[in-house]
Write a protein that binds this ligand. Structure first.
Ligand code: ATP
Ligand code: MG
Length: 426
């Protein structure tokens, strides 16, 4: 465990920093004031302090306090205690016509299990051995120096135990403590370092970067669910390409995605989808799955008119299914990723593809065509001919409006058949 640095924190008084209360969420302010009135410490912690100091809008406002979870719960009616490993409190705020706002309030944590827990209530006890600590201990057990600053509501000062203010000025993501210790303790921090560096356009401290390199395979010990959660954040922010490119340079990529054996083209595909609209990215986990395995699939099964669709189906299934099961990605997303790539194999058949009309009206068609065009650009126009064919096909094909208009046009009345003449026999 980390020895706690006993040097005094840097305290920046209100006139000397730009974190104004006007930039802090009203409910978070209310919460901190209420904790204060009840005699507890109340700090704004983590990402919100970092983001406001950088002039960015925080995603959420987390609060740190010396009140125990049960004390927090008795102060706030709209509060639920969560977490088995670390107990923390979620305080809910109703919002008209929107989802409830949740503010996370956590008791300062330390490193060592508490020797005497007799004063604590059962709801304060958790699997971590209940290591409540001082604000300094709490700061030192956070991940990066820029994520470990506090804003103290009692005097509006910034408290910096780990050198975060300096790193914020320098634009550096620096791990707190010894890389070998901290990355073994929680390997997800390696991915988070890259994520924050890309997101904030920061450098990574050389010691931290070297630590990632030498601990890279340790990422295999991380919880897949937590890694997937980090990937989802990266997708929403449109930074999958640069983060995973960096991960590749540091040896973190292949332990994360052993199914993506061939990486030529992966990062360009990710960049392409990163540039997509925000709403689009939220529901597009499947395009990222497809981007990761596409080059590997194409390397084993040529993307061209002569590849049978049965063969392609099998080739697509292998790495896609393996990646999805590794990260417990749903069958629905797996299916969409497979169809997206398989669509490229259908398109690669060009003129000779029999079900052109039917396929071209399906929703997957345009998505697969987008992927094929992007793959074509990455591969210097290798598929120009087939792309031109489908562009031409689409231009000639009826537009949906034309199809509608045809449907609306009144049917021609059939001329009534002449009444059949009675035959001579009848
Ligand atoms: P975001 O804007 O993405 O929410 P954040 O800094 O708030 O960024 P969170 O994942 O919400 O990040 O975590 C909140 C805080 O908890 C971090 O700022 C950091 O201090 C601490 N933290 C999060 N994950 C870890 C970890 N794996 N190890 C140590 N501290 C962590
Ligand atoms: Mg956060």
């Amino acid at each position: 465990m980390q020895p706690v640095d006993t040097t005094k924190p840097i305290i920046v008084p209100r006139p000397d920093h730009n974190l104004s209360r006007a930039l802090v969420d009203d409910d978070a302010l209310w919460l901190m004031r209420k904790l204060r009135k009840a005699g507890f410490k109340a700090f704004l912690v983590g990402g919100a302090v970092r983001d406001i100091l950088l002039g960015n809008e925080p995603k959420d406002f987390d609060i740190g306090t010396d009140a125990t979870p049960s004390q927090i719960k008795s102060l706030f009616r709209n509060c639920r205690l969560i977490g088995r490993r670390f107990r923390l409190a979620h305080v809910y705020f109703r919002r008209k016509g929107a989802q409830d706002k949740i503010i996370e309030v956590s008791t300062f944590r330390g490193d060592r299990p508490m020797e005497d827990t007799s004063g604590l209530k059962p709801e304060d006890l958790d699997l971590s051995g209940n290591a409540f600590g001082s604000p300094a201990e709490d700061a030192w057990r956070r991940d990066f120096t820029v994520n470990a600053m506090f804003y103290d509501i009692s005097d509006f000062s910034i408290i910096d135990h780990t050198g975060g203010l300096d790193d914020l000025k320098k634009g550096v993501i620096k791990l707190i403590g010894e890389p070998d210790v901290r990355f073994t303790e929680d390997p997800v921090r390696m991915l988070r370092a890259l994520e924050f560096a890309v997101r904030l356009d920061f450098a990574i401290d050389p010691g931290t970067e070297a630590g990632i390199k030498s601990n890279a395979t340790g990422i295999l010990a991380a919880s897949q669910a937590r890694l997937r959660e980090e990937f989802r954040h990266m997708q929403q922010r449109g930074i999958m390409g640069p983060v995973l490119r960096w991960a590749h340079r540091l040896g973190l990529f292949s332990p994360l995605f052993s199914q993506a054996e061939v990486t030529d083209g992966v990062f360009e595909l990710l960049d392409h989808y990163d540039r997509g609209g925000n709403d689009k990215r939220n529901s597009m986990e499947y395009v990222y799955v497809a981007s990761l395995v596409m080059p590997t699939i194409v390397a084993s099964c040529p993307l061209g008119p002569d590849t049978g669709l049965d063969t392609a189906t099998e080739a697509v299934a292998g790495p896609t299914t393996a990646l999805c099961s590794n990260y417990q990605i749903s069958a629905h997303i797996r299916h969409k990723a497979r169809e997206l790539i398989l669509g490229c194999y259908r398109l690669a058949k060009g003129r000779s593809y029999k079900a052109k009309a039917k396929f071209s009206r399906k929703a997957e068609f345009m998505n697969s065509f987008e992927l094929l065009k992007c793959w074509n650009t990455i591969n210097d126009g290798e598929y120009d001919e087939v792309v031109q064919f489908w562009d031409g096909y689409l231009a000639e094909r009826d537009t949906p409006q034309q199809v509608q208009a045809k449907r609306r046009r009144p049917r021609r009345r059939r001329r009534p058949r002449p009444a059949s003449k009675p035959t001579s026999e009848s």
